[in-house]
Design a protein around this ligand. Structure first.
Ligand code: NI
Length: 271
């Protein structure tokens, strides 16, 4: 070993504390990055969220199996306050798997933030309807503000799906003369209130549904709650076993021979 080499190792030795720290920190960093990488790959795993988007995007409403509606009691399942990127895609997937079309009363603001979900919902044969732009209580604002809200909502849906919603559900079901005059579409309320936003269990949702259901009913739920989405398979299976078939609100009105009128409120469509 030459003198030069010795001095090299001396210098190296003098710096060893630094090297130790750097090597140790690097090792920690590698472990952390690996863990983060594992977590990311787990979140994006095909068995998790990835299943939803690619599968549904290529499905056309026309490819759904035909629903047999003759000799069936009919019911319309409706979802308010979405779409939500957290809960709505999963709901769309399970509705598709059950061959159930639903009616989504969407908020313009949320639709604007989630245009792909709106398009996907429509493409899968669901009905896209309006729940106003930002869930204002329309009976507490001026006629001009009602008109503004409706115009803003229509603009959002026009730009996303190329058409304005044919139906509106005023927030809280609140309607006055201004609303009737400026809403510009038929108004759809509900006959089965599942209170899913309040009592967040499948059993409670089913309990309200069982006590209020009848042929031609409109069921109110909210797709922004995971607990509501979780109740949907049970609700569909039980009502089907009781002889019900699911239709959109517009289908239900048509099948019951009702010509929907702008500014008029409808709660259900009995035979
Ligand atoms: Ni609402």
């Amino acid at each position: 070993m030459s003198i030069q080499d010795k001095s090299f190792f001396k210098r190296l030795n003098a710096r060893l504390p630094w090297l130790k720290i750097v090597l140790f920190a690097s090792a920690i960093l590698i472990v952390v990055l690996d863990l983060v990488g594992l977590t990311i790959s787990k979140i994006g795993d095909p068995s998790e969220k990835a299943l939803i988007a690619p599968m549904l995007i290529h499905v056309k409403a026309t490819e759904r199996p035909e629903r047999i509606l003759t000799d069936k009691k009919l019911v319309a399942l409706t979802f308010d306050d979405g779409p939500s990127s957290e809960t709505t895609p999963g709901l769309l997937e399970l509705l598709y798997e059950k061959n159930v079309p639903a009616t989504f009363f969407m908020l313009g603001a949320r639709a604007s933030a989630n245009p792909d979900i709106v398009r996907q919902a429509k493409e899968l044969g669901n009905e896209i309807a309006s729940h106003t732009y930002s869930h204002q209580n329309l009976i507490r604002i001026t006629a001009g503000a009602v008109a503004e809200d409706i115009a803003a909502t229509n603009a959002v849906f026009s730009s996303i799906i190329g058409e304005t919603p044919a139906l509106t559900r005023p927030p809280y079901g609140n309607i006055n003369d201004n609303v009737r005059k400026y809403v510009g579409t038929p108004m759809i309320l509900w006959s089965v209130d599942t209170l899913d936003w309040k009592y967040k269990t499948t059993e409670s949702i089913m309990s309200y549904t069982r006590s209020e259901i009848y042929d031609g009913a409109i069921i109110l739920m909210h797709d922004i709650h995971p607990t509501s989405v979780a109740a949907v398979p049970t609700l569909i299976d039980e009502l089907r076993s009781d002889g019900y078939e699911f239709v959109t609100v517009s289908e239900l009105a048509t099948l019951r021979g009702i010509n929907l009128t702008s500014g008029v409120a409808y709660y259900s469509f009995r035979p």
